[in-house]
Structures are given as C-alpha cells and as structure tokens.
Design a protein around this ligand. Structure first.
Ligand code: HAM
Length: 456
C-alpha cells in the first residue's frame, strides 16, 4: 500500500452490547449456576431429564404453535431469511421446540409421559426495562404424553413451588385458572359471550383492547390499562362457562393442589399470551421485581403436538424467567443485609451474597522458589482448592496486599528459607495467624480449616 493510501489512524469504535441484551459477570454468574444446579437436582427427583434444543428454528414452528396473532409472534420475534430463503427465528420460548423434538425423535415410543427440562436463552424484541430483556433466560419443564390426569397438573406446579422453596425465594404467589378447551360448548362459547359484552363497551376501551375484541377477546382480560379495569371487572368469568369435563378437571386440579399443601389463588383473568394453552393455566409472582413480577408461567397444552403433525398427545409445562428469579433473590439478599446491618447481626452466608472466594494465594519470593510454587499451586488445585499463583515475582508486602484484595482466605508464603527447609508458612488472612508445616501436613491443615473439601 502506498503511503498516501494509508488510512489515518482513527480511534477504534468501542462496542457495547445491543439494547436489551446484557453480559452476566462473576460473581453473579455463581448464583446463576447455583440456581441451575438446584433446578437440575429438584427436577430430577421428579423424573425429568434435560433436553437441549436449538436456538433457532423455522419461523413457521413458532407461528403455528404460539399463534400468529400473539404479540410474541406478531411483534417480538427475531426472524431472518436463511441463505436458502427459508425464514428462521431465534426461539422466543422452547415449548414449541420440545414438541417438535418429541415428534422428530419418535418419543411417543418411550414410556409415557416423557418429562423434559431445559435452561437457556430466549429472544423477544420487547421494550427493555427492569426484569424485561430481549435476550433472557428460561428454566422450563414439559411433560408430554400419557394422561391429562389433574394430578399431573398439580405435581408439575408442586415441583416449581418446591424449587422456589429450595432457593428460599420470598413472597411467592401462585395464581391458577382454567381456560377450558376448544369444543363448541366450552371456550368458544365463552369467547363469543365475551366478544358480545366487550362490543357493548367498545368506545370505553383503548385501541389495543378494541382490536382484540376481533382478534382475541380473551387477551382483553390481560389488559393493565387503568381506565379499563372497572369495565373488565364486570365481564363474565370463564369458570362459569366451562363444559362439564373442563369444570371437573379444574375442580380436581384444585383438590390435588390442596392435597399437596400448595397454596394458590384463583385468577379468572389469567389467560396467558400464547395460543396453545387449554384448561389449566398458572403464573407465579415473587417480591422485589416491580411491574415485571411474573417469575413463572405455564399451563396445559393438549393438542399442540398434534397441531405440529404428531399424534394426539397431552402436554403441560412451565417456564421460569431466570433473570427475574435472580433479581428477586438478589433484592431479597439486599434487604436481609440491610436488616442485619440495622440490627448489628452478622450477615449469614447465603447463596446470593457469597461470591467466588479464593482459598490460597501463593506468595512466592525469589527465582529459586518458583518451581516449588508452581508445584504447590498444582497440588492444591488437585486437592480441590482455588489457588492464585502470581505469574511474576512480587515483593512480600505487595503479595500480601494482593492476597487481601482478592479476598483470599490463606496466603502460602514461599521464601527461599521455606523451600530449602521444606517447611511452608501458611498465613490466615482474617486474623494474621501463621503456621509452619511440611507440605502434606499443610494440605491436611487446609482441608480441616476449609472444612469439608476433601482431596479429590
Ligand atoms: P411465558 O409466560 O411467555 O411462557 O414466559 C415464561 C416466563 O419467562 C415469564 O413468566 C417471565 O418470567 C419470563 N420472561 C418472558 N419474557 C421475558 C423477557 N422479555 N425478559 C425476561 N423474562 C421474560 C412461556 O414462554 C411458555 N413457553 C411457558 C410454558 C412452558 N408453558 C408451557 N410450557
């Protein structure tokens, strides 16, 4: 390149994450891990196995499952044409994919029902705010096949509640409803009644609800618009218009929840925003989230597998908004900390506040000690401890300062004397106590002090 053609050095552009998406960083990611591991262990006690489905699928899969008139499909999907010009979309949820996978892998041949859970990112182009992101994470579970026994609805709800309980999530409230099924004497009759009632008060409703009178009157019940609340309160309740089978199913689900000691409230306006639901719907809210306080939503969707070309199959499941769950746990921990600070009590270790902490900082001094330091770090890591080994030599004061900054529990001090004598110095950083020990005794001492972590 000639000199004239050399572009003038410009300051390179600094990139930022796209609006509505974010990085998750340590130490917070430790909490995410903890939550996911807890889900894994609770869900496996209920017989669920993990499924991993693709991040993108044919747009048609979501359109057909969730419904073309829903906000999710109509406004919020990230869709693009692949090179062969088929439209694909980033998954806005995973129920459709799990049903697709059930059919694709002939899972109807397995003992029924098939119980699957998943964790991972979902994508919806919503207006970002606290607890609402364009890339967010769900932990979900689906039961496919077998019966539509109300005990299954109740058990899946019991499982989420047990999971929240294990995490000690506060202020958890479960709302349930039944939206009947798609037979002429059930939901469609109610929808017509609702449409007629809404048409009478049409001019008092906002543009969104007016539009929904035609497209999906049930969704008007979801409206948060202040001026529509009094009108909605006078509308007929679906529970009074269910067919006999759906009414009996709903009554049995409630009895089953009571049997399991699961506390619920009924919310006749809980219709959910995705078209595949029938009969049981539920939502769970938690504290500290402001307006986006739903941490979990789910329901029954018998018929979805069939709609996707599979055999008639029962289905029920839920998805937890992991971002919101974490926000709520963090808010809860903050409140507990300020309450402790006010009362002078010492803060307890909670999975939310305890962060990655370092067990041992290896303070090596002098070229000759380096090989020993490398070996010590390797052995200690092998024994299961987290170890920081500075890559270059440091002065003693600087090394201890660094160990302090990193919040290490111990500093292993390796000077030339220590290495020659084979007696290493271990300093407890909290109280400054020091012991001199040969290597094997030192590992044993660490094991005892860090209590519980046994050599691998
Ligand atoms: P959903 O109600 O659309 O249901 O989403 C479930 C949960 O995901 C919500 O309660 C919320 O916690 C979280 N969530 C949704 N959108 C966002 C967002 N933009 N930002 C942060 N969190 C969000 C479903 O997705 C169904 N697939 C659930 C299901 C599974 N039903 C049966 N099986």
């Amino acid at each position: 390149m000639s000199e004239e053609a050399t572009p003038r050095a410009e300051k390179p552009r600094k990139f930022q994450a796209i609006k509505g998406v974010r990085d998750l960083l340590p130490p917070e990611t430790a909490l995410w891990n903890n939550v996911e591991q807890t889900a894994n262990s609770v869900f496996s006690t209920y017989g669920f196995g993990e499924i991993r489905v693709p991040i993108f699928e044919p747009t048609e899969l979501f359109a057909r499952s969730i419904g073309v008139d829903t906000d999710v499909v109509g406004k919020e999907m990230y869709s693009f044409d692949d090179r062969d010009e088929t439209s694909v979309s980033l998954r806005p949820e995973a129920t459709a994919s799990v049903c697709r996978a059930y059919i694709e892998h002939g899972m109807q041949q397995l003992p029924q029902p098939v119980k699957l859970y998943y964790t991972g990112p979902m994508f919806r182009r919503e207006r970002p705010q606290k607890g609402r992101y364009r890339q967010f994470y769900q932990i979900g579970a689906e039961i496919l096949g077998g019966q539509d026994a109300p005990a299954i609805d109740a058990e899946v709800i019991e499982m989420v509640m047990t999971f929240f309980d294990k995490l000690n999530l506060q202020g958890v409230e479960l709302s349930i409803n039944s939206i009947g099924h798609n037979a002429p004497n059930c939901r469609p009759a109610y929808v017509e009644l609702l449409r007629a009632e809404l048409t009478k008060v049409k001019d008092k409703l906002g543009p969104d609800s007016q539009r929904r009178i035609d497209t999906n009157p049930l969704r008007v019940l979801d409206s948060k618009a202040e001026n529509e609340q009094a009108i909605i309160a006078t509308l007929p309740h679906i529970a009074d218009h269910l067919c006999a089978e759906c009414a009996a199913h709903y009554a049995a689900v409630k009895r089953q929840l009571e049997l399991r000691g699961v506390i619920y409230q009924e919310n006749w306006r809980l219709v959910r925003g995705l078209d595949y639901y029938m009969r049981t719907t539920f939502e769970i809210t938690a504290e500290g989230l402001g307006s986006q306080n739903a941490v979990c939503g789910g329901g029954r969707y018998d018929g979805l597998v069939e709609l996707l070309g599979g055999p008639p199959t029962k289905g029920i499941g839920f998805a937890i908004g992991e971002d919101r769950l974490i926000l709520s746990l963090q808010e809860q921990a903050r409140q507990a900390e300020s309450a402790n600070a006010a009362s002078g009590a010492s803060p307890g270790k909670s999975p939310v506040t305890s962060h990655h902490s370092l067990d041992v900082y290896v303070a090596w001094m002098g070229e000759k000690t380096y090989a020993t330091a490398v070996r010590a770090a390797k052995d200690l890591r092998q024994a299961g401890f987290s170890v920081e080994l500075p890559p270059t030599e440091q002065k003693f004061g600087k090394a201890l300062g660094q160990a302090d900054k990193l919040d290490a529990k111990f500093a292993l001090i390796l000077g030339e004397d220590e290495v020659t004598e084979g007696l290493w110095t271990l300093k407890t950083l909290d109280d400054g106590a020091q012991v001199k020990l040969p290597e094997p005794a030192l590992i044993e001492h660490l094991c005892n002090s860090l209590n519980a972590r046994k050599p691998l």
